[in-house]
Design a protein around this ligand. Sequence first.
Ligand code: PLP
Length: 400
Amino acid sequence: MSQEEELLALAKRYLYPNYRPAPFVLRSGRGCELFDTEGRRYLDMTAGVAVCTVGHAHPTLAATVAAQSQRLEHVSNWFYNEENILLAQELCQRTRMDRAFFCNSGAEATEAALKLVRHFFYAEGQPEKVRLLAFERSFHGRTMGALALTGQAKYREGFGPGVGAVTHVPYGDMAAARAAMGSDVAAIFVEPVQGEGGVHVAPPGFLQELRGLCDEFGALLVLDEVQTGIGRTGYFLASEEDGVTGDVIILAKGLGGGYPIGAVLCLERLASALPPGTHGSTYGGNAFVSAVARCVLNLIDEENLLQAAREKGEHLHHRLQQLVTRHPAVFSGHQGRGLLQALVLQPQVDPRDALAKVRQQGVLMTLAGERALRFSPPLVVSEKELDEAVDAIARALTSA
Ligand SMILES: *Cc1c(COP(=O)(O)O)cnc(C)c1O
């Protein structure tokens, strides 16, 4: 048996079968390349689902990991640690928010934001303000509270009853959002680009209108930038491009560059909504991951990754445009922003089969929504690597 066969047999025997992983085993990576146990090379257009901001095994990140693990890893929230204080400052300054709470994932950040908005109105003496507005096709995480907000029945089915009082309206439909609004609404949760739902970009003005609705009805706007944040769309936050500020912003994925971290940022008026004892996380804000996240933020500046994501996103946009124009029988369109884009497959093309064919050409991608082939490469990807990926897709899915 090859090493691959042995490991795959063990995986089938011991791992809980809640995923559908591709049939090989990854062992190492460098930049946008990954290598499996048999030495096969893959070009990584996923970045671990928008996580590995600076690619795999970045030497500066690796050095930070080594140095911090030899200095201090974890002390709990009974004590301050230097790295976490500085990370809070850096995130607030970059986003013009006032306060940062740390946890370990996107779903946990969603949960914390949920508790924050509910407890805010409770503490304000408006306990009737509990309803939440979220959007169809949205994704906010897999824990019970985050699941209740997630606007895709396939994720919620069989796990009811949820936290209740969530109204889902079609994404981008301003009239529906207004009609669903009321004085009992505590918050609107929205993604600037719906990532998992299929890479749907908010129509122009949509986020601004939601901001207006929140102001009018005394509700809070929670921007879920777990997938879109940390430079993914070419801006530190995708909502910057829309010119919209949230009362609460949630971050995770790209912030840790491959190490688990989540963050909730909020304005000063929410600073007393969760007093000591109301919420917490044992690992949240540990020194180790805080140092790693600070390193990711530094690299974004040093390597000019925001501008790079805009420029390379533009390049990818043109290449996808060409592909769609040349092969209308395979692709129905393309969408996205910066380095979060997708090719949408025609209904007669089987999405999992397409994904496997692209993989056989040495390119790793993920599916989003029903039929979108998603690009979410490391922000350090080169134009040459993007070209290589697009050419491989053309070879895999078209006869040209
Ligand atoms: C991935 C994602 C989450 C959940 O993050 P986890 O770290 O998987 O819990 C929440 N919101 C959005 C927009 C996401 O893309």
